[in-house]
Design a binder for this molecule. Sequence first.
Ligand SMILES: [Fe+2]
Ligand SMILES: [Fe+2]
Length: 398
Amino acid sequence: MHVDLEDLGVDRGGALIVKRALRLAGQAEEVTVAGSHPDLATHLRAWCRATGNRFEWVDNSSGRYARIAAGSSEVQRWSGAERAGSADPHEAQAVLERPSRRWGLAGRGALIEAGSPEFHFPLNRKADVWSPDAVRMYAQAAAAQWDPATAVPWDAKFDLPAEVEDAVVQIMTYLIENETAALIVPSRFLAQMHPHFREVMQVLAVQAADEARHIEVFTRRALLRRRELGLSTAGGQESLHTLVNEPDFAIASFLLSVLGEGTFLSLLWFLERYAPDPVTAAVCRLAAQDEARHVAFGMSHLREHLQAEPSLRETLINAVRRRHEALRHTAGLNAEVFDSLVLLAAGSWDAADIRRGQDAVTALLQEMDASRKGRIRKLGFNDVDAEEMSALHTRNFM
Ligand SMILES: [Fe+2]
Ligand SMILES: [Fe+2]
């Protein structure tokens, strides 16, 4: 193979052309390089020494050119390289059970040079995190992102009685701290996950972005007519404390996504239905639509995990019992939030309306319980377990 660099310097891109010629020629064939650049011989000699290729300068009646033969160092460099699964998750063996720590941050499917450093990702077992639905769920979540500035009718005209506005502010205050827990939990596990499980990592990242928007719109609704937020109670924070501190991914997902966010779905749709103004209705509807995806992903990877590891069933039941025990002395849902829910559903202080509001909240609690049991059963638990776990779920809802 012969290349003519013309007047191109080796240091100005000529090396790239020589490198390509060596690659195309393979180890068996020699490459001759000619050119009119005054430093061609000097520069090519230095380049060959640095890259481990054999160099010989010819200057006779046949012409002035270099003879270069590919050295073995480039071949050796990649001889210990390893293919990190496959980028396409639909391919068989694309996602491995135990990806190497040395694959680190490389994209799944990359060819990884030997000698890369080891990364510490505690969540490095496929059975613990993977769901084949993650691919589709990430795409759906990315497509469903909404802009808080335009998706909510912030300028809508409405005028609420002071006590109804107070009730909305109190509920928003409660929602904000719960959304904050829902942001922190997936973010923490996201940082512990082996990037080999790319699609799961992406699902959790979008989930965190969803929660960031929920925090924004609930805060904005609370401050729309008031200068301050409402009350945050010790009992509420204690319930979230047990959630945020749960170190196990499966347990945290079950408590947060299946039980907590599942219960919040009922709450948010209730708030959307009884919202006294269009802004409250919109922020609750938008959040509920996102939450449905969070619940679906939690269900999906836990179903896979439970199938691969049936003993997880007992671990989850015990986790619910332990959390209930830890929260036994707390008040559960704060009275201010409960009363605010009744007032919103009632719409006025009229005794007959308050009775209807109270009935609506009672029906909400029953619906939350029924939905929780349904989800627990869908994960393969029997009726007795579902009954117990739903009953022991935190009275703070999340
Ligand atoms: Fe949320
Ligand atoms: Fe969520």
